[in-house]
Design a protein around this ligand. Structure first.
Ligand code: ATP
Length: 260
């Protein structure tokens, strides 16, 4: 049975700054879980711990029943973890197709196979990026870079997909396309965790929701609409108005709100 990701009493400091304080969470398989929170609240730090890029934490992280610290990187991983970081500073002018092909490197020994090329082509085409395949990555726009890096993670066919702000830099059309794709992967069994900044987009697509605040992670999935609005207002320090859209509550900032 798939066990998902379990974060058990995880604490982490950057020097004297306590970023995570005995965090507990259980992210189930085949679900889309979303972590919200203010800038600097520790979301990316938690992601790096789950992805295995940060090991100096206290507590335990289990992925599909395996202790994170015992999961080996590279080939023959017992569980494939795809991670898209928030920042991408590739300065080398590699072609788009080559960047995406590196996502298949765990499957091929030295040179990509026909199947690797087919998966890369299909993925780039699904985001209308095939015509950019021979273009240098460094010449792409911010949104195009974001999509190419998403494609690189998707071609890994991960069991666990970690996406730090996947809709960053994207126009409305691509935001929906990317969220549709992520939703579809979760429906087909992939465990997806996303860090997002737009609570409305998150709640239109997600299954469970968490708020990172004061070094703690709280689940907000089952709050009723009034409680949720209050919680978001406290976190973002904004007065919010509420609308109903496709059967769900959406929250918009009240601009120049006055107490009258
Ligand atoms: N390498 C580092 N050294 C020292 N402090 C760091 C380091 N990386 C992050 N921090 C601090 O840790 C805190 C949490 O950072 P983190 O990147 O996890 O936040 P975040 O919630 O992902 O923010 P954002 O939404 O802006 O991406 C911030 O106060 C940040 O300044």
């Amino acid at each position: 049975m798939r066990k998902g990701v379990i974060i058990d009493k995880v604490s982490f400091n950057h020097g004297k700054l306590q970023v995570l304080d005995e965090i507990y969470a259980q992210f189930p398989s085949g679900k889309l879980s979303v972590i919200l929170g203010r800038n600097g609240s520790g979301k990316s730090t938690l992601f790096k711990i789950i992805a295995g890029l940060e090991s100096g934490y206290i507590g335990n992280v289990h992925i599909e029943g395996l202790n994170r610290k015992e999961i080996k990187l590279g080939k023959n991983q017992e569980v494939r973890i795809g991670f898209m970081n928030q920042f991408h500073q590739t300065t080398f002018p590699y072609k788009v197709i080559d960047i995406v092909l590196t996502g298949r490197s765990a499957f091929s020994n030295f040179s990509p196979s026909k199947k690797d090329y087919e998966i890369v082509e299909e993925t780039l085409k699904s985001f209308d990026l095939w015509e950019l395949k021979d273009q240098s990555y460094t010449s792409l726009s911010g949104g195009e870079r974001q999509l190419v890096l998403l494609c690189r993670v998707l071609v890994q066919k991960p069991d666990v997909l970690l996406l730090d702000e996947p809709t960053n830099h994207l126009d409305l059309n691509y935001q929906v396309k990317v969220m549709d794709c992520i939703r579809d992967l979760a429906n087909k069994g992939t465990m997806v965790i996303c860090v997002m900044h737009d609570p409305n987009l998150a709640m239109m697509y997600g299954d469970s929701f968490y708020l990172m605040e004061n070094a703690k992670l709280s689940e907000i999935t089952n709050l009723d609409t009034t409680e949720l609005k209050q919680r978001l207002e406290q976190t973002y320090k904004l007065a919010l108005g509420q609308l109903f859209h496709q059967g769900k509550a959406v929250f918009m900032p009240l601009i120049n709100a006055k107490d009258d």
